[in-house]
Write a protein of this length. Sequence first.
Length: 275
Amino acid sequence: MTLTRHDITQLLTAHGLRPRRALGQHFVADPNTVRRIARLAEVGAGDRVVEIGAGLGSLTLALAEIGADVTAVEVDRHLVPVLREVVSGTGVHVVEGDALALDWPALLGDERWTLVANLPYNVATPLVADLLDDVPAIDRMLVMVQREVGERLAAVVGDEGYGAVSVKVAYWADASVVGSVPASVFVPRPKVESVLVRIVRRGSPAVDAPYDRLFELVRAGFAERRKMLRRALGGLVVPAAFEAAGVRPEARAEELSVEDWGRLAAWSDTGPSPS
């Protein structure tokens, strides 16, 4: 059983709660939507799933319903007791904590996990980037985010939303937008549309280049994205490195794929030259 709009309204009223704008709380109030998300997550009985921002447990119940081994993370201390009440008897493990500050290795151990989450706008991008960088135990994600954010996460060269975070995601994973979610299924109704983004971690990074150097260049390039790279990366990349990497110094950051950035980082690094 999952939560209907009536269920969510009753839970909020019974516990004297209101959605907190500061936390970007919008609760999914449509059983068909949460079951669809669970299907798109491609998890089943016994799979380890960590859900961030579990809220009142609507999606949590859908994941438990298909037999997944669910750990639900919620930062709002006022919601946690209600969440525990809602999922009581389902086997869901509820953790109170801030996903941006959790000790993820201690929580997840050495097992492989899938992240499923309805992420608020203000944490979606840094959280996905941090998990890709620092939490290899999470090898797949299905995240529901604001459309603009989702399109940036999955963007490739030529897409309007392509930017530094797009390069970060592409370095670690394959990402694609796999569905949309209308504002009408949320309580309260947001002013934006949402999308579902599937992110599957690669077996190894997309490019063999010094990580710190690579993203130093990416950050610098996109910070001055209107400038040609020879100016945006002035002082970081010598002209010969552009030529060796096969990257036009007249190009702009948005024209470079992760492979282009990788070659440029390798040839401009102070360490060994690429073979």
